[in-house]
Design a protein. Structure first.
Length: 279
């Protein structure tokens, strides 16, 4: 169902307008349904209305109860199904109608998820709001790629940066280049050239290991590795598509030794092929 449908949706057979409902801001994690928290799954199962984003994987959407109305209100680059301000008002409106609303997002609602904006608007209108954290993409996808965010003797910290902004990307590139942290860029594919050139200009070595993680934590995950100066060419050569993360730092070199997910998927796919041939 579309964003226009949810605007018209008002019926709540449970509430009869006796009292306001509640809004849950739920982090769905990076895609693997097994990474949902127990609390997140419980809220999904008991909500009157579910509003979900593009980054909520199909495997997680399949867990939505068939009897619960679920509406796509997602955002893809340059193609928002509903403006954020209208969505904020929609959460308030539906809760005041007596609906218990599950607003579910990929990753974590408070990490580049605009959950803070939605919570502030609901609280301004006296609507009860509860946040359920999710595994953010930087933690989940790097783990599934065998790339630790920190590692003794290699990286003592990590920094998350968004590659998307309302107007201008206000990043202190000099600080990032000298942090000696693992750098993880969300929503940065279209700015790969700018990211690499700015970091190199500000002093980060051009041969710093870098990785692109596409569809992290999902069976179709791809990890493309190279060096910082190659970022843009890696995106183009491998036809990398969103959702994808950019990871920059020496920890990327550990992937060969720590990769556990790809061998697991290869084994699973081999077993499926054997079963198919035997059928």
């Amino acid at each position: 169902m579309s964003a226009n449908d949810v605007v018209r949706f008002k019926t709540n057979p449970k509430a009869s307008n006796a009292k306001p409902g509640k809004v849950w801001l739920v982090g769905a994690g990076p895609g693997d349904p097994d990474l949902l928290t127990v609390k997140a799954l419980r809220v999904i199962q008991q909500a009157d209305l579910i509003l979900f984003d593009n980054l909520v994987s199909q495997a997680i959407r399949d867990l939505f109860p068939s009897s619960t109305p679920a509406f796509y209100v997602g955002k893809i680059k340059d193609a928002h199904s509903i403006p954020q301000e209208q969505l904020n008002e929609l959460l308030v409106e539906k809760a005041l109608q007596g609906l218990n609303v599950c607003r579910i997002k990929g990753g974590d609602a408070f990490v580049f998820g605009r959950g803070g904006e939605e919570m502030l608007r609901a609280k301004q209108e006296g609507v009860e709001v509860e946040l359920i954290p999710g595994i953010t993409a930087a933690a989940g996808c790097t783990s599934y790629a065998g790339i630790p965010l920190t590692h003794r003797g290699v990286s003592q910290g990590c920094t998350f940066v968004t590659g998307h902004a309302e107007r201008e990307l206000g990043v202190n590139w000099n600080s990032l280049a000298h942090l000696d942290h693992t750098l993880v860029f969300y929503m940065g594919l279209s700015k790969a050239e700018m990211i690499s050139s700015n970091l190199i200009t500000e002093g980060l070595a051009a041969d710093t290991p870098a990785a692109l993680i596409e569809n992290g934590c999902c069976p179709e995950q791809r990890v493309i590795r190279g060096q910082l100066h190659e970022l843009a060419s890696m995106v183009e050569r491998e036809s990398v598509k969103s959702p994808a993360l950019i990871v920059v730092g020496d920890v990327v070199k550990l992937a060969d030794s720590l990769d556990w997910f790809k061998p697991l998927m290869d084994q699973t796919n081999s077993q499926k092929q054997i079963q198919k041939l035997s059928a």
